[in-house]
Design a binder for this molecule. Structure first.
Ligand SMILES: Nc1nc2c(ncn2[C@@H]2O[C@H](COP(=O)(O)OP(=O)(O)O)[C@@H](O)[C@H]2O)c(=O)[nH]1
Ligand SMILES: [Mg+2]
Length: 204
């Protein structure tokens, strides 16, 4: 549920980047953060979780115009991937309005992608939401690895594994170079703003 600041006339939409550990969630958010000017981004908050080398949540509002006179802010969060942070993942999903599921193309991570998507489905369900009704975008990251000897999954295989059920927009990306990062963000922002506008407040 989006947070509405009546005083500031702002609506805050929460987008969570989800996916198995090491798929590139933090890399996406850091790329976005570094590409934005200070005036367009808020503070990045990080909490170090032991064993997960990276930040566990990031906060980044973007200005996206207005809905019915309310300014829109987008907050971006990542979750820690490791199994031991199950409780944290659940907590970060509280109040989520939109989701990006980042998939790793390494063949050895095939099962972990699928498990992580199932985990997302279950955790969203525990907040009383149905993933099928929510804004969701897939990102097939690390496409640069396709040109290396490391065994990788094709986009068709990833679609087969992860996008049969939901049939949502999917973007190829190389997050380390920024390829596909803003395409993914723009799509999920658009879907999320529409969802929030329809569901929560402005359809009166
Ligand atoms: N080759 C390649 N490596 C990437 C890409 N995106 C992320 N990585 C690397 O994958 C590792 C894990 O990334 P990270 O963003 O920390 O994953 P997270 O656990 O999902 O937050 C890091 O070493 C990144 O540099 C990519 O597009 N291509
Ligand atoms: Mg991370």
């Amino acid at each position: 549920m989006a947070l509405i600041d009546l005083g500031k006339k702002e609506v805050h939409c929460k987008i969570v980047y989800y996916g198995a550990g090491r798929c590139g969630k933090t890399t996406n958010l850091l790329y976005i953060y570094n590409a934005m000017s200070d005036s367009d981004r808020g503070k990045m908050l990080t909490i170090d979780t032991k064993g997960d080398r990276t930040l566990f949540f990031d906060l980044l509002p973007l200005n996206l115009g207005k809905i019915s006179g309310f300014d829109i802010r987008i907050q971006l969060y990542t979750v820690p991937g490791q199994v031991m942070y199950e409780a944290t993942r659940k907590l970060v999903l509280k109040g989520v309005d939109g989701l990006v599921f980042v998939a790793d193309p390494l063949k050895v991570r095939q099962e972990r992608n699928i498990e992580s998507l199932n985990d997302l489905e279950r955790n969203v369900g525990e907040h009383g939401l149905d993933l099928a009704d929510m804004p969701l975008v897939l990102q097939y990251n690390k496409r640069d690895l396709v040109d290396t000897p490391v065994p990788t999954l094709s986009v068709e295989e990833l679609e087969q594994d992860l996008n049969q059920k939901y049939q949502v927009p999917a973007y190829e990306a190389i997050a380390t170079k920024g390829d596909g990062v803003f395409e993914t963000l723009k799509e999920i922002s658009k879907l999320t703003v529409n969802y929030v506008a329809k569901r929560h407040l402005f359809n009166r």
